[in-house]
Design a protein around this ligand. Structure first.
Ligand code: 26Q
Length: 817
């Protein structure tokens, strides 16, 4: 019998749901649960996606189009149902179909668990890019790891963060399609046998390696309009049966099982830190596993599509984009494949590698750069270490040519660094092995050149470029804020959904009273919904008329949630001790996870929770202020919080936040930013204009200058406000039953030199907050500014970002015109 080739997806959604309720979910009697409906609807949508995948793949083959392989250790997908329905144009039909079954689509969609395969900004950026690339009809694919445990679930116990494993449906999600036939085999460990070839040349052999299997799972990524369905390919690690059988036949059954377990740990868990921690072997293996699987896939495709073709033109078929240094072993693995497996000459292989690879940097903190100890690499990937030495030898010869005798420079630029122990500097490897190095906001890209790697910039200025981040406005405005989306469409048509620059035509509405009224009504409605959620999850009653002041993001000292917390304490102490009357009532909303091993981040979470408890139970704060820490921040929670925000807190120490992307999401939903001149805030200021944003604080260059002479005690003595807050902390006013609990915070701020300049920026921050409060009193003026933020957020769509990458770096084109 021939294989079914008919597109399955043309039956109605209702028919599909009925079919899948019976045959996929196995529910045939009684009333199906919300979860049953979710599953059945997801399976119905999955069939449509598969039709799209097949059609897109055929189109790509026919065009022989160059493609992008986006390599990332993280893809923070969140929920999929609503966005898939939206992009397929099926939202209304799905609403009707679920209504007929007695359910509300919103409730069904809310039941879906997030796919938590990322820590924060970097992982979410990768997910936004895939959606924009599909919408633009680009042949672009994500490659990563199918972690069985994604980022931990955050519980709050007595104000402290507790981590719980989040076992999402890595092998049973309706969105994942297992592709066992494309399984690949990855060697690891082993040793090098130093041999000479017949002609006397050195011919090292990598022997005695172990094998891991990479089983791909594809998550379809549909673009708006449904014309293009690309995929994100996530690999699960499995033990090889063949390898097990060898041990097993040797009679050692238990060793065979142990080995299987060991191999399968490779894709077990996502590392929950968003800065590079001390080099852990498992993480290194993960990074190699992902890269090795992706390359095998690319090479196999190349041979399928260019039978007999020479790999010397590989870079005409594919570009490998490294999302930070996590996939930077791609440089060594590609060289190994070309030189060892395809017997290509070194120079030719190097030309291909550099032309095929590109690197995006996401951090300016030197301590967050990845370094892998040489001994560890030697044990796990001995052949790759050899290749890295050879890459480095040739590279340093170039440096010596250009800067003869400058040993200090060579030391700084060397791929192998010497600080305590010898280690491979992955950023240096990524820069040397790429034809493009980009930062993620204008300021960040500038600081890469002047502060992070000036020596590399001096050698290869043409390699460095900027690609300011963006977010998909379909998820972050159209889907998560449907009422505002509808108002926009009523006013300017629906062109903005695919051409977000068109959002600017809203500008003229900003000062129209009727439009302002509508805008404010929607904002208020979103705030009421969030207030209900806050009550349901945190049992705190908040007033939708108050100013919703929001800081939601990973908890980090450089992001300065502590500065915000200090302002909250300042307001509270002013109210209860000094009798200040606040200008407007505020609700201070926080959410975010701290890395499990990051003690200070976890103490800041505890501080915010203690402040919330004390402020919220004090009758003197009634009707004036509330503080909430919402637990378990994740994509789906962000989608509820952001549309309800009035004020977006983007207050990192200048020069430390590479870009930020939350800042963009808030602006497009009509929140005003209070922020430092850091990351993309600088560009948000440029776009929205100084009247429509609240900028404060020391600038990046000044921070650099002041770092040597800064004494936080000077600020303490000079500022009444700082003293009031720190003295209250010292006197345990925010931890009455837990004396000394927050001493480490005081120590860091005063005796530890306040490396993040909280005290230096405090007074300027308070002054900016005062401007915010008085601004909020003037309702029409505030609405006008908020609307202008929406209207002027056009630059910050990831559609623009991926088009710039496609043109300047990847050399890929739309297949849909
Ligand atoms: C590295 C080695 C070992 C274990 C973990 C890691 C690791 C994991 C995640 C290191 C860093 C990350 C994530 C970094 C991140 O999210 N950076 C953010 O990227 C955003 C997108 O460009 C920017 O907007 C943010 O400014 C940046 O902080």
């Amino acid at each position: 019998m021939p294989l079914a080739t008919k597109a399955a997806g043309r039956d109605s959604l209702s028919a599909g749901i009925q079919h899948h309720l019976r045959y996929s979910v196995g529910s045939w009697s009684g009333i199906p649960s919300k979860h049953d409906i979710l599953q059945a609807l997801a399976y119905t949508v999955r069939a449509r996606l598969i039709d799209g995948l097949i059609a897109t793949e055929e189109r790509r083959r026919r065009c022989r189009a160059k493609r992008l392989v986006y390599l990332s250790a993280e893809f923070l997908i969140g929920q999929s149902l609503r966005n898939n329905l939206f992009n397929l144009g099926l939202l209304e039909e799905a609403e009707e179909a679920t209504r007929q079954l007695g359910f509300d689509l919103r409730e069904i969609a809310d039941t879906e668990a997030d796919a938590p395969l990322g820590n924060g900004g970097l992982g979410r950026l990768a997910a936004c890019f895939l959606e924009s690339l599909a919408t633009r009809g680009m042949p672009a694919y994500g490659f990563g790891i199918n972690y069985q445990f994604g980022l931990f679930k955050q519980e709050i116990d007595d104000g402290f963060q507790k981590e719980k494993a989040d076992q999402w449906l890595s092998d049973n999600s309706p969105w994942l399609i297992e592709r066992s036939a494309e399984t690949c085999t990855i060697p690891l460990y082993g040793r090098i046998e130093h041999e000479l070839a017949k002609d006397g040349t050195y011919n090292p052999m990598w022997v005695d390696w172990q094998i891991i299997l990479g089983v791909p799972y594809d998550l379809p990524v549909v673009g708006f309009g449904g014309h293009t369905v690309n995929y994100l390919r996530l690999y699960s690690a499995r033990a090889s049966d063949e390898f097990d059988m060898k041990i097993f036949n040797g009679g050692d059954y238990l060793r065979a099982v142990e080995n299987k377990i060991k191999m399968e740990t490779v894709s077990k868990v996502l590392y929950p830190s968003d800065t590079a921690p001390a080099g852990k072997e498992l993480r290194l293996v993960q990074e190699y596993f992902m890269v090795a699987c992706a390359l095998r896939d690319a090479v196999r495709d190349f041979h399928r599509e260019n039978p007999g073709g020479s790999m010397e033109r590989l870079h005409d078929s594919v570009t490998f984009q490294m999302n930070d240094t996590h996939p930077s072993l791609v440089v060594a693995e590609l060289m190994r494949i070309l030189v060892d497996e395809h017997a290509m000459a070194w120079e030719a292989a190097w030309t291909v590698t550099q032309a095929a690879c590109a690197y995006t940097n996401h951090t300016l903190l030197p301590e967050a750069l990845e370094n892998w100890p040489v001994d560890l690499l030697d044990r796990v990937l001995p052949r790759h270490l050899q290749l890295i030495y050879e890459i480095n030898r040739r590279f340093l010869a170039r440096v010596e040519e250009k800067f003869p005798g400058d040993w200090a420079r060579s030391e700084r630029m060397s791929i192998i660094g010497e600080s305590g122990q010898q280690a491979v500097r992955m950023a240096n490897l990524a820069i040397v092995g790429s034809h493009s190095v980009n930062g993620v906001a204008a300021l960040h890209s500038q600081l890469i050149k002047t502060r992070l790697v000036p020596d590399f910039y001096a050698l290869w200025p043409e390699r460095f470029n900027n690609k300011t981040n963006g977010v998909t406005h379909r998820r972050w405005l159209a889907c998560c804020n449907p009422s505002l989306a509808e108002l926009i469409t009523r006013s300017i048509g629906d062109g903005w959904i695919t051409k977000f620059a068109a959002i600017r035509s809203l500008e003229v509405q900003a000062s129209e009273e009727a439009f302002q009224q509508e805008f404010l009504r929607i904002k208020r409605e979103n705030k009421i919904q969030l207030a209900t959620l806050i009550y349901d999850t945190e049992q705190v009653r908040v007033d939708p008329n108050s100013l919703f002041d929001v800081q939601v993001k990973r908890i980090h000292e450089y992001k300065r949630q502590l500065l915000n917390a200090m302002y909250v304490m300042h307001s509270y102490l002013g109210l209860v001790d000094e009798g200040w009357k606040p200008v407007v009532p505020r609700t201070h909303i926080f959410a975010g996870k701290g890395a499990p091993g990051y003690t200070m981040a976890k103490l800041i979470i505890k501080l915010i929770n203690n402040i919330a408890l004390i402020v919220n139970k004090d009758p003197r704060t009634n009707g004036v202020m509330k503080v909430v820490f919402m637990r378990n921040y994740r994509v789906s929670l962000a989608e509820k919080i952001i549309p309800a925000a009035d004020l977006s807190e983007q207050i990192s120490t200048a020069g430390m936040e590479a870009s930020g992307t939350g800042n963009m999401k808030f602006a497009m939903n009509g929140a005003l930013t209070i922020g430092t001149l850091d990351g993309a805030n600088v560009e948000i200021l440029e776009e929205v204009g100084a009247d429509n944003i609240h900028i404060f604080g020391i600038k990046a260059e000044e921070i650099e200058v002041r770092r040597n002479s800064y004494d936080p005690f000077d600020c303490y003595h000079a500022s009444r406000g700082i003293r009031r807050v720190l003295d209250a902390l010292r006197d345990d006013r925010f931890c009455p039953g837990e004396p000394g609990l927050f001493q480490p915070i005081i120590d860091s701020l005063l005796h530890g030199g306040d490396p993040y300049f909280h005290l230096a920026d405090f007074d300027s921050y308070v002054a900016a907050q005062q401007r915010v409060s008085s601004g909020f009193q003037n309702v029409p003026a505030w609405a006008c500014k908020a609307i202008l933020n929406v209207a002027r957020s056009g630059k910050f769509t990831s559609d623009r970002a991926v088009s710039e990458y496609a043109k300047d770096i990847w050399g890929i084109k739309s297949m849909t015109g």
